[in-house]
Ligand binder design. Sequence first.
Ligand SMILES: *Cc1c(COP(=O)(O)O)cnc(C)c1O
Length: 464
Amino acid sequence: MNGRENDLTAIDDAVERALDWLSVVPTREVPSRLTPEEVIASLGDLSERGRPAPEVIDSLDEAVRPGLMASGSGRFFGWVMGATLPVAIGADWLVTAWDQNAGMRDSTPGVVGVEETAARWLLDLLGLPEDSAVGFTTGATMANFTGLAAARGAVLSRLGWDVETQGLIGAPPVRVLVGEERHGSIDLALRYLGLGRAETVRVDDQGRIDVADLASRLAEPSETRGGTIVCLQAGNIHSGAFDDFAGAVEAAHRHGAWVHVDGAFGLWAAVVPDLADLTAGLAGADSWATDAHKTLNTPYDCGISVVADAKAALAATSSHASYLLTSSRVDPHELVPEMSRRARGVPVWAALAYLGRDGVRNLVAGLVEAARGIADGISAIPGTTVLNDVVYTQVSATFGDRTGEVFGRIIEDGTIMPSASVWHGQPVIRFSVSSWRTGTEEVAQTVRAVRTAAEGADVLSPVS
Ligand SMILES: *Cc1c(COP(=O)(O)O)cnc(C)c1O
């Protein structure tokens, strides 16, 4: 192993290449032009003898670069992703260099202190109950899993059943009610938890749960009395719509149900006073899931799970729950499914410290403003219809039977990258504004790119 300290030069090399990538992201065309197979072919087979560390870094960057999506660009609107603030990248690099196992307080008081500070700031910022358990997960899928695991344990425990020791076989039934347009990660989390397929509740034209239908479903006499979990949504991926939390939480709690909210990108609306109508009643739920790697613009990967009843959270994910219920010391791994874990909360802390309350508010408000700008701009293009009420960061548009063709031209041009999707049975082009880099100039470029594609003119010249 002698000589490997010299490998530290590979880190300089990586930093230089990373900075170079970050300098081209704002102007580069957005889509990747390589397939994974082409990258695999260029990487070849494992050699007998290794190679010098800097050479490995160089060849990695060269092989991968053309196959990268410029998802940090202000002209990237695909899926729901989000860019990364430079300060969060810097903090994330420190996390890597420190190489701490952030699972336990004793193993790394430093990063645990930072993560617990980030957790406290988040609860305050998002207006959630201050005694809640906060876990930093890989993403909203696992944050949904964590909240729903607490929910499963709590509703069964009220019926005298300890799912953590008795399992699900022979347990009283658990009924889960979800809106027809919940995100697929809710179904995944329920599968992982052995709860199978949820019952769907009607939604309105924007994808919001129908509170009257929910209330009548909750009131149905169930032959075998069991526990009930209701999943609500803050931010529909197609419309950006928010469920009526005040009404739905009241109905659910009246029937003794636990309410979980998937707010992967929508929970952040709670920081903007102008959007208060969207999140009214949100804090009355029992658990919430969100992502930092989307709206907050921290690097992959980081989700956040919040459970108001900290004991229910610990009962679900702590490996020594009985000890913990009497202890005030909670180790970070007890709030998430993983044991050894990366200090994902550190870049969250850095983003919040850098932005301040005002900066987070402006970040989220800026995304909404850009989404409205895109919607207004493309609505004026003949043959284009924006299908959703643009209340948040999502815009879904149709170009009639030319939608697929228009999308193809947009991708070929490469100036912007929205998603092709299907909403209410209709093909749509969807814009999710999630990058701190999207400003008025990017909105204007986006509208121009869509107009050119919709008018079927020759493709634009690439941005650079
Ligand atoms: C992205 C998303 C998820 C899943 O989050 P991951 O971070 O990909 O695990 C869940 N719900 C909604 C509404 C989302 O947009």
